[in-house]
Unconditional design. Sequence first.
Length: 327
Amino acid sequence: MNPTVIIEQTGGPEQLKLVDRAVGEPSAGEIRIRHHAVGLNYIDVYQRSGVYALPLPLTLGMEGAGIVEAVGAGVSHLKVGDRAAYASQPPGSYCQARVMPAKCVCKLPDGITFETGAAMMLKGLTTQYLLRRTLPQAGLQAGDFVLFHAAAGGVGLIACQWAKALGLQLIGTAGSDEKCALALAHGASHVINYRTEDFLARVKDITGGKGVKVVYDSVGKDTWDKSLDCLTPFGLMASFGNASGAVPAFNPGILGAKGSIYVTRQTLFTHIATRESTQGMADELFGMVESGKINIRIDQRYPLADVQQAHRDLEARKTTGCTILTL
């Protein structure tokens, strides 16, 4: 038996179906992994709903952790029996076992549990490329202000801790006082409840009217316009998601009017396109977790069979920290 969650057409959580699928042998450059846990991410919702169009039928899931069961020709960095974790394309982690490309699969250090590995790979590597690679013109130095939307989510709580370790003053936004308190407890320097406060006015107040060097935004449409106004001259708007909907088309001339600011749209999978890049980023992430500077908070666990409810809760913004599916 190999329980696997598939969708045969795009739509709501009701499209998620649990079936039994055979798993084969790895070809050259591939491995077979048996999962102990898999991660749940908002990109899974985009793929399920059709915002990101992919061939159907489709098995969702972009991250997981488990034991390597078989190794194809040409794979030298993994062997049978290794503990391993990954964030990787193509999707397919919502299952007990799968065959997949080996290049983005990393050995999981013994000091990191399977559940933590499954929860942190996509979100932790995303945080790594944001705070370490997606930088304004003059870089970021200790003491600099950055604005991070959805600061109590899986990526957000890791970012709060990583920013604190770097000496940055992270201003986090969230949708409730409870979520704001969570971000503050994880290292945010300031928090803003965007449901009760004007985040632009608060950012200007916190920074003495200067604004922030970078806005890291996975929300999209609802936060876009005011986020641009939060930036200092030559600041960077780093978009990496659109949980509230896609950002409308805009005239690039406004970037000049708002202070010669920069805009970038990032995706993890460009950063982990090579084996060397993936391993280098993962090594830094593993080091931060093993040192205790970053704690991976898993607030929700659902059996794989309850995946529909997991998606409903994620879309309703009922979740905090990381969410995993257990097998």
